[in-house]
Write a protein that binds this ligand. Structure first.
Ligand code: HEC
Length: 102
């Protein structure tokens, strides 16, 4: 019985970690690869949490924003200049930015 309880707890903990990871991953990528410009608005980067600025960009549609982040836009290099990021990492970071900015 004790063994059963232990495996159940282990499974529950692993399950919770998996769910938490994707949300945390977007933030982690943002903090390391995007925040350097988007926290302070470097080169007119839309600031995290600046709802008025993000409103017009969000109106272009999420796919357009993903493409901008993946391929670059004006002063922003593709993937924020961090080519080691996967497309999924970049999209998760965009999702994180949008969740804080609308
Ligand atoms: C070197 C500075 C810099 C870094 C690093 C950077 N950005 Fe940007 N980002 C910008 C600038 C500048 C703009 C505004 C571009 C414009 O509209 O002319 C921008 C715009 C955007 C937009 C709006 C695009 C649109 O179509 O309106 C998104 C989304 C975005 N960045 C996501 C990210 C993500 C995700 C990362 C990290 C992977 C990142 N950025 C890293 C400078 C940066």
């Amino acid at each position: 019985m004790k063994q059963l309880t232990t495996s159940f707890l282990l499974a529950a903990t692993l399950g919770a970690m998996t769910v938490g990871a994707s949300a945390a991953e977007g933030k982690g990528t943002y903090d390391t690869a995007c925040g350097v410009c988007h926290n302070a608005g470097v080169a007119n980067a839309p600031k995290l949490g600046d709802k008025a600025t993000w409103k017009d960009r969000i109106a272009k549609g999420k796919e357009t924003l993903y493409t901008s982040a993946l391929k670059g836009l004006n002063a922003m290099p593709a993937k924020g200049g961090n080519m080691s990021l996967s497309d999924a990492d970049v999209k998760a970071a965009v999702d994180y930015m949008l969740s804080k900015s609308q």
